[in-house]
Design a protein around this ligand. Structure first.
Ligand code: FES
Ligand SMILES: [Fe+2]
Length: 321
């Protein structure tokens, strides 16, 4: 496939997504790689195709002490440089390509092997410094192209359809719009209708959102959309991540952060929070997966200028150097 936005920095995982005993597979711009973490916290990333008979290494197992991965088919063991390790034999040359990673805090970035065209944004570190990490939610592969998945994050009208039951938005005016190259921010004042008790019983996640709130939106094109707001007794920040898996599949996951003013509240609300985010991602994914291929719209809604801006960045890629 032709790589999508080659040279963009992609956030492919958060450290918490790499469990101590399981390899983690990523597909970025058509290439499959396997990531794992050793006992020292060093993260490895190599091609996922075993050079023996092409089994997926991600279905094998890791040895965190040795820092190696073993193929599930014939149990050959490889180190983080992609070299075969065999008993009584010297370590050979690398047989698997490695992928360069850039680890910033717990965020795992890569340029996917391309020449960098944009710096890694600072937004994520700022959020991690201000908030407490709660967990990852909505980690899924969407059957949809990257552009469609990207633009839904810049679309301030879709909550009236896609999320109508969850939020019942009455109006959501936009203010404080600021644009600085590939970074944008704005405030969306969301005013919701009241929910009935029946609706709350059917979907308790509704209780997570007050009826009027300021949603602070920040965008680090093309990988990230951050939604942060004050929710009564606590503040949340949802870091929505996207990267292109193939020309018609897109990976999404949300890194959830919050400021809780007491530990009991954290215990009570953590799962509610993660579940509510998961519901939002499911609804967006369904909207994308059920739509027909994109064509020129014959109708224009208000507040679509921000979508035009994102579309412009996409179509005019790469940035001038
Ligand atoms: S296919 Fe991997 S060890 Fe044989
Ligand atoms: Fe949405």
């Amino acid at each position: 496939m032709n790589p999508i936005l080659s040279g963009a920095p992609w956030l492919v995982a958060h450290r918490s997504m790499l469990s101590a005993d399981r390899p983690y597979k990523i597909t970025l711009n058509g290439c499959d790689r396997v990531l794992w973490q050793d006992a020292e916290g060093e993260i490895a990333a190599i091609a996922n195709v075993c050079p023996h008979l092409q089994a997926p290494l991600s279905e094998g197992w890791i040895d965190p002490q040795r820092g190696t991965i073993t193929c599930p088919f014939h149990a050959l063991e490889f180190d983080r440089e992609g070299c075969l390790l065999q008993k009584d034999a010297p370590r050979g040359k690398p047989l698997l390509e490695t992928l360069e990673l850039i680890i910033v805090d717990d965020f795992i970035w890569t340029y996917g092997g391309f020449e960098p065209r944009l710096p890694i944004p600072e937004l994520h570190q700022r959020i991690a410094g201000e908030y407490e990490f709660v967990g990852v939610s909505g980690n899924k592969s969407i059957q949809g192209d990257f552009l469609t998945s990207l633009l839904i994050n810049y679309d301030y009208n879709h909550q009236n359809g896609t999320h109508r039951e969850l939020f019942r938005v009455r109006e959501n005016p936009i203010s404080n719009y600021e644009e600085n190259g590939y970074y944008t921010k704005l405030v969306q004042t969301v005013v919701c209708e009241k929910n009935t008790w029946l609706e709350i019983l059917q979907n308790p996640a509704i209780l997570m959102t007050p009826k009027t709130y300021d949603a602070n939106m920040e965008y680090a094109f093309p990988s990230t959309t951050v939604f942060s707001t004050q929710m009564g007794a606590f503040e949340i920040a949802q870091v929505h991540i996207l990267y292109p898996e193939t020309s018609d599949r897109t990976r999404t996951f949300v890194l959830c952060f919050a400021k809780f003013n007491n530990p009991l509240l954290k215990l009570l609300l953590k799962n509610f929070f993660l579940k509510a985010v998961d519901t939002v991602v499911e609804q967006d994914s369904t909207a994308i997966e059920h739509s027909y291929p994109r064509s020129r719209p014959k109708i224009r809604l208000p507040k679509e200028e921000v979508m035009d801006y994102a579309l412009g960045l996409y179509q005019n890629w790469p940035p001038e150097s």
